[in-house]
Design a protein around this ligand. Structure first.
Ligand code: PLP
Length: 392
């Protein structure tokens, strides 16, 4: 097996992230399933995003991959952080982030969590409700705030639905109220939904921010959120197309250019990671059924949460690739009927695939380890190994 893996590695350019990760996996042979994360790729992605959108301050959405080494690397590169909880605040501070570089980006928070964040020095908060305005005025006096507006844009592979944000008319009221209560009103944020494949989606959010500004509310800042894609099985537009779409929308809607923030998660860490899993079982439900069921040692609960609804179609690589293949249903190892990765999405895997073979899953640095359960059904959370020039 390691021979054919070596061939597969040689077939890729040597600087390809997954080639380096495969070398690590083949040398160290850690138990599967595991995620290997290449910090040099995170750094590369950070610099690429900076170059594509030089005017925007980058706040890394910590939930995408909260590994302390990722946070420390990004602190060193001058990034800021979008956090959702007191736990993520502590994590960032412990890795050397200054409190002024942290934005409390979750609109759903307890008064006690606001007070905690404020006590730790956090001074930038998002809100989308009257309750939050009151809590922030009381527990984070004088802090800077922005309001999240609702943007329902088709084209996100994992949409946020209507959970966060409010209508622009309500944002105007909330921000006026916030200003009257002594909070420092900075502007508006939105998130078009994660893995967004249509750059024009950002225009709607920018137009809504402009609508708030037109009502006389200070909009010094527009927070463009995340949504910038990683490469799974479908083609995605280049980062420069997203930057161009944002520029066009700003030109159209904002006579005075606001400061910009972006909050990338997936785009920074997604393709920096690869999961190695092992085939536990290959079987059929009946002799006539052309579909084989391929059960892996990784599933929805120990890393592949984004297979819910088959939202994200990951690439699957095996050492038998190139040989004859056939249709498969891909499932996880637990005794849970929902622990199926792909049954509607047409996947084919080599006929030679058998128990004990590895299945490598590139582009799994985002929303995998951070989503894995503590020990559902006795399967431990996904372990992470970090590589990169500084590590090896
Ligand atoms: C999750 C999240 C992000 C990151 O989204 P990606 O699509 O991974 O870039 C950014 N901002 C907020 C507020 C989030 O909740």
């Amino acid at each position: 097996m390691s021979e054919s893996l070596a061939t597969a590695v040689a077939a890729e350019t040597t600087n390809h992230p997954s080639a380096r990760i495969r070398r690590f996996l083949d040398t160290h042979r850690p138990p599967t399933p595991c995620l290997v994360l290449d910090l040099d790729v995170v750094e590369h992605n950070y610099r690429r995003l900076r170059a594509a959108m030089p005017d925007a301050r980058i706040f890394y959405a910590v939930k995408a991959n909260p590994h302390p080494d990722v946070v420390r690397l990004l602190v060193g590169l001058g990034a800021c952080f979008d956090v959702a909880s007191t736990g993520e605040i502590d994590l960032c501070l412990a890795q050397g982030a200054a409190p002024e570089t942290i934005s409390y980006g979750n609109t759903i928070k307890k008064a006690a969590d606001i007070a905690y964040a404020y006590a730790r020095g956090v001074r930038l908060f998002v809100l989308d409700s009257a309750q939050d305005v009151a809590h922030l005025a009381e527990h984070a006096p004088g802090a800077s705030v922005f309001c999240r507006v609702l943007v329902e844009a088709d084209g996100a592979r994992t949409p946020f639905g209507r959970k966060f944000g409010c209508a622009p008319e309500m944002a105007i009221e909330l921000l006026r109220d916030a200003g009257e209560r002594g909070l420092d009103v900075r502007g508006v944020s939105f998130h078009v939904g994660s893995q967004h494949v249509d750059p024009s989606a950002w225009e709607l959010g920018i137009a809504r921010a402009a609508q708030v500004a037109a009502a006389g509310v200070p909009v010094h800042l527009v927070n463009l959120g995340g949504g910038f894609p990683s490469t799974y099985t479908e083609e995605v537009p280049a980062l420069t197309e997203y930057a161009a779409a944002v520029e066009r929308a700003l030109d159209r809607h904002f006579p005075d250019r606001p400061d910009l923030i972006i909050e990338p998660g997936r785009a920074l860490v997604g393709d920096a990671g690869m999961i190695r899993s092992e085939v536990v079982l290959v079987s059929r439900k009946s002799v006539e059924d052309p579909h084989r069921w391929v059960y892996l040692d990784i599933g929805r609960y120990n890393g592949m949460a984004e297979c819910e609804g088959e939202a994200i179609a990951y690439r699957l690589r095996t050492t038998h690739d190139g040989g004859p293949d056939g249709p498969v249903v891909v499932a996880g190892p637990t005794c849970d009927g929902d622990d199926v990765l792909y049954q509607r999405t047409a996947y084919r895997l080599p006929l030679a695939l058998a128990a004990g073979d590895h299945v490598d899953i590139p582009c799994t640095g985002a929303y995998t380890a951070s989503y894995s359960s503590v020990s559902f059904n006795g399967f431990p959370p996904l372990s992470t190994h970090v590589i990169g020039a500084k590590q090896i």
